[in-house]
Design a protein around this ligand. Structure first.
Ligand SMILES: Cc1ncc(COP(=O)(O)O)c(C=O)c1O
Length: 437
């Protein structure tokens, strides 16, 4: 016997988009089957961009067609021949086994905070007013900017910049106020431009040193000059020094040429950002920190705001915090090996840039990025998307980081081994010859 739908005219059919719910036979209510209006994201997200990962949709499409993508877009050493130091892994494993799996205090665990203070002292940072651990420097940035800025304020950020800063500012509905890095001056900050851009509502300045995406490293003189401007205009400095141990233009580890902004200006309100993602090859653990220094009376009220936000998000990843002390105080051997590899890969990158027509590049001195300039008759965003589609090599367009009008660039992550990089550069060279000959 087959059950046919009732044809009876007495049974009322649910109206379109509505369904009868019977609550225990007592009463029936009408519920919409699906909501009539779409759930729109907040309008302020319109300007939130993160070029480094936004390209993923195109790469996915190319990968679905069976192609292997070579990712030179994301600064994750673990995608290549780099490994998190074993003693750090042991420390996290032990912490988990020892039951350190609950929440920690909001600022972070005491041994980690002590180790960060010790590291700051080794870098010549004095006048420390606070230290806190976060879920990556990404969270430090989010908290520090959110705690500072009111509607109508602005923050000086570099152009080109690491796009997280502009994404957080967009989220806070704070308009961009960028200062140029000067390509003709080895990508040092353009002081005249900074002076021009300071307004009565400028609250601070972001300095990324060593820099992403250019690999430049600030000179002491530059730091002193920026500090002087900050003093004069009452600015806080956010010194993003997440790559400070990856200076690759020298052979020896002892001869540390990185100069911390906070060490140059102990009186100035500075938050120094650091973490385990890059120097210590553990980006997936999401461990970063902030070191607040400067005159106590000047910076304390702001730090109360920072701590309010730190408490509201409970804490950073707890077991991973147990790797901070062994990382900062334990063997640093991995750094020699990492810098040796990076130096060789940077040199290979520079050789390719020098030999390839339409390409020129300021040699990076730190981190693992190069930011070559390209002389092409179309936008660098088109260059990058077509490169993914045609040669399956993924780099990031300069317009995703910001650049002076009329110039075009792309960012290369030179983390892969020499063989992989050679293949990538040969593919990019072929692409350029075929497209722009
Ligand atoms: C300059 C800079 N700051 C911050 C971050 C974010 O680091 P984290 O992994 O600690 O969130 C990155 C990541 O690439 C970076 O390049």
């Amino acid at each position: 016997m087959r059950f046919l739908p009732s044809q009876s005219s007495e049974v009322q059919q649910p109206r379109p988009r509505e369904l009868l719910y019977n609550l225990g036979g007592k009463r029936a209510i009408l519920m919409p089957v699906s909501q009539a209006r779409e759930i729109a994201p907040a309008a302020r997200l319109e300007n939130v961009r993160y070029a480094i990962r936004d390209l993923a949709c195109i790469a996915d499409e190319v990968a679905r067609q069976g192609n292997k993508i070579l990712p030179l877009n994301i600064g994750d050493p673990l995608n290549f021949d780099f490994q998190t130091p074993a003693h750090m892994i042991e420390a996290v494993y032990k912490a988990m086994r020892d039951g350190k799996n609950g929440y920690s205090s909001s600022s972070g665990i005491p041994p980690a905070l002590d180790a960060i203070r010790g590291e700051a002292a080794r870098k010549g940072i004095t006048n420390i007013q606070d230290v806190f651990v976060t879920s990556g420097v990404s969270e430090t940035v989010d908290i520090c900017l959110t705690a500072l800025l009111n509607p109508g304020d602005n923050l000086l950020t570099p152009c080109p910049d690491y796009p997280l800063y502009s994404a957080v500012l967009a989220k806070l509905e704070i308009g961009l106020n960028t200062y140029y890095l000067n390509e003709e001056d080895g990508w040092q900050p353009d002081l005249d431009d900074i002076k021009k851009k300071i307004t009565p509502r400028t609250r601070g300045i972001v300095l990324i040193n060593p820099n992403n995406p250019t690999g430049s490293v600030c000179t002491r003189k530059m730091l002193e000059q920026i500090a002087e401007l900050a003093r004069r205009h009452n600015l806080i400095v956010f010194a993003d020094e997440i790559y400070d141990k990856l200076i690759i233009d020298r052979e020896t580890q002892d001869d540390d040429p990185h100069i911390a902004m906070a060490a140059v200006a102990p009186d100035l309100p500075v938050i120094t950002f650091g973490g385990l993602s890059k120097n210590y090859l553990a980006p997936g653990w999401r461990i970063g920190w902030g070191i607040a220094s400067g005159e106590a009376s000047v910076i304390k009220p702001y730090l109360e705001g920072v701590n309010k936000l730190l408490r509201a998000r409970l804490c950073a990843n707890h077991p991973e915090q147990y790797a901070i002390k062994p990382a900062l105080e334990g063997p640093q051997d991995h750094l020699l090996e990492v810098k040796r590899k990076l130096r060789s890969r940077r040199d290979l990158t520079m050789k390719w840039c020098a030999e390839t027509s339409r390409v020129s590049c300021v040699a990076p001195r730190g981190a693992f990025y190069a930011y070559p300039r390209i002389d092409i008759p179309e936008g660098d965003d088109v260059f990058v998307t077509e490169l993914i589609r045609q040669k399956h090599v993924m780099v990031v367009h300069g317009s995703g980081f910001g650049q002076r009008p009329g110039t075009k660039h792309f960012r290369i992550v030179f983390l892969p081994d020499e063989k992989t990089l050679t293949a990538a550069y040969s593919a990019i060279g072929d692409f350029m010859r075929e497209r722009y000959a």
